[in-house]
Structures are given as structure tokens and as C-alpha cells.
Ligand binder design. Structure first.
Ligand code: NDP
Length: 284
């Protein structure tokens, strides 16, 4: 009987990438499901993405994660996009379907799953999103596609924030409005879900928090954060103090990793194993 010594390969291209924990989570999931798959975390220099994508095709990698700074640039090397990835204009997951590269964005979908796990739905709700970068685009578009009624986008750079507002208004059924974030802004009173989608609070700057008027957070708000390192952010601590329900960035991270696992392998992700590994990584 012949034995197959060839493993299936997935991985991530990013820069910086050294502190990205996704590989540990995916490898634990492959092991738990008895799959001979490997996940390699790779640093790609800016300007080398085209060569890296050609290499990925050449060695028949089954899929990829694209992370900072390649989520937008990566699109030009793909053959097809999911409808949401096309609207968001960024891809974090690539699957190789017999040589055809398909791009998806699981960032916002991961947060929606984390919301659902906490009994929260954006349907018919008003959201205030802090930031207008990649994560904010994914979250706001997915929430709009999931039936959110209204989305406020607060951003320091006016053009970037207004561009996202235009995108939501033109490409989804939600109504979007821009908030110029040039001071400690008040969170709109009609907010149901407040979501930090900025990088404020990310390790090593764990003592930073978004510059908002925290006393405008009400007990009926659901407050979520994208920051997963460390997930115990000051932003969420302040929201909790005001009686709001809080959802940290770990759920988003593990759920998008689980979605990626399923997209690549077609096998249901062992979400409990993945969550445990991540908790251990962050000493939680
Ligand atoms: P980007 O660089 O695309 O966006 C960062 C955003 O943060 C921009 O809107 C930027 O505004 C804003 N920002 C930065 N500093 C400040 C500040 N001091 N005050 C207000 N706004 C600020 O990054 P991403 O969107 O890709 O990632 C954002 C964060 O989300 C990262 O920390 C990342 O680790 C996390 N993330 C978490 C995921 C998860 O699964 N939990 C998944 C994906 C991302 P401006 O452009 O105006 O400067």
C-alpha cells in the first residue's frame, strides 16, 4: 500500500506578522480533526506580494490569509470575489479552487458570529462604528448586509470616513452618517451597538482607549471591540462600568479563524479547541 507524504498547505502573508497567533489556532484545529494540513506564517516584503501570490499558485497552496498591508492589494491577484468582499474592497481569506483563486472577507462575518454567540443581532439596529479602516469597512458592510437600519461612522480623517458612508449608502439598504471625530465625541443617543474598529488599545499600547465621552454610553448599549491582544481593553472596561453589555475581540478572531478553516477544508471547525488555544496564548 502506498502512503501519501504530501501535506496540504495554507498560511498567511503579512508584514509585520511575527505576533499573529492565527497559525497556532489553525494548526490545533487541523490536529483536532486529524487533517494533514499545515499553516505557515510568512513575512512578505511590500512590493513582493505578486511574486508571493505566484509562488502560492505554483506550489498549490490550498488557501491563504492576507493581513496588513495586503488585504486591498491582494485583490488584483485573485480570480473571483465574494459579493461582500467586492463591496468591502478587501480580502483576508483566499481559497484555491483547482487553480482559481477566490477571495472572501471573514473579518465582519467573524464579528457577526460573535454577536450571535452573545445573543446579539444587528438586524433593525443602529450602530456606531469607531474608525474607517479595513476592520471598520468589513464590520459596517456585513452589519448593513445583515439588516442594520442605521450606521454612524466616526473617523479622524474626514475623507476616509465619508467614503465609507457613501459606500454603505450606495451599496446597501442601511442608512449611514458621518461623525467627524476631532474631539471626545458623544455617542449618538439612538445607538444600540457601539463598536471599536480602530487599532487603539492594541498591545503594547494597552493603556490607550478611544477618545470618546464615555458618559454617553448607556446601559442598554452593546459595546464590542476588535482588539484581541489584550482582549481586556480599557474601552470595554469603561463601557462595562456604565452598565453596557460587552463583547471582546477574541470571539471575532476565533470565529473568523473557524470560518477560514471551513472554507479551506470543507470540515466543520472545532471551535472549542480553537478558543482554548487562543485563551492559552493570551494567558486567559
Ligand atoms: P487599519 O490600519 O486599516 O485601520 C485602523 C483604524 O484605526 C483607522 O480607521 C484609523 O484612523 C484608526 N485609528 C488609529 N489610531 C487612532 C486614534 N488614535 N484615534 C482614532 N482612530 C484611530 O487597521 P485594521 O482596520 O485592519 O485593524 C484595526 C484593528 O482591528 C487592529 O488592531 C487589528 O488587530 C484589529 N482586528 C481584529 C480582528 C479580530 O478578529 N478581532 C480582525 C481584524 C482586525 P485613521 O485612518 O483616520 O488614522
Amino acid at each position: 500500500m502506498s502512503k501519501c507524504y504530501r501535506s496540504e498547505l495554507v498560511g498567511t502573508f503579512g508584514n509585520p506578522i511575527d505576533e499573529n497567533p492565527t497559525g497556532v489556532v489553525e494548526e490545533a484545529a487541523f490536529a483536532a480533526k486529524g487533517l494533514d494540513w499545515r499553516y505557515i506564517t510568512m513575512k512578505v516584503e511590500p512590493g513582493d506580494l505578486g511574486a508571493a501570490m505566484a509562488g502560492m499558485r505554483a506550489v498549490g497552496m490550498r488557501g491563504l490569509n492576507l493581513t496588513i498591508p495586503f488585504k486591498v492589494e491582494g485583490i488584483k491577484y485573485l480570480d473571483k470575489l465574494s459579493p461582500a468582499a467586492e463591496i468591502i474592497g478587501a480580502v483576508n481569506t483566499v481559497v484555491n479552487r483547482d487553480g482559481e483563486l477566490f477571495g472572501e472577507n471573514t473579518d465582519g462575518k467573524g464579528l457577526l458570529k460573535s454577536f450571535a454567540d452573545n445573543g446579539v443581532s444587528p438586524k433593525g439596529k443602529t450602530l456606531t462604528i469607531l474608525g474607517a479602516g479595513g476592520a471598520a469597512r468589513a464590520i459596517s458592510v456585513e452589519c448593513a448586509l445583515a439588516g442594520a437600519k442605521k450606521i454612524y461612522i466616526a473617523n479622524i480623517i474626514k475623507d476616509q470616513g465619508e467614503e465609507l458612508v457613501r459606500l454603505i449608502n450606495e451599496r446597501t439598504d442601511a442608512e449611514a452618517e458621518f461623525i467627524f471625530w476631532d474631539h471626545a465625541i458623544a455617542i449618538p443617543e439612538d445607538t444600540d451597538i457601539l463598536s471599536n474598529a480602530t487599532s487603539v488599545g492594541l498591545y503594547p499600547n494597552v493603556n490607550d482607549k478611544p477618545n470618546i465621552d464615555y458618559d454617553t454610553i448607556k446601559p442598554n448599549f452593546v459595546v464590542s471591540d476588535v482588539i484581541f491582544n489584550d482582549p481586556r481593553t480599557l474601552f470595554l472596561a469603561e463601557a462595562k462600568k456604565r452598565g453596557a453589555k460587552t463583547i471582546n475581540g477574541l470571539g471575532m478572531l476565533v470565529n473568523q479563524a473557524a470560518l477560514n478553516f471551513q472554507i479551506w477544508t470543507g470540515v466543520e471547525a472545532p471551535i472549542d479547541v480553537m478558543t482554548d488555544v487562543l485563551r492559552k496564548e493570551f494567558n486567559l
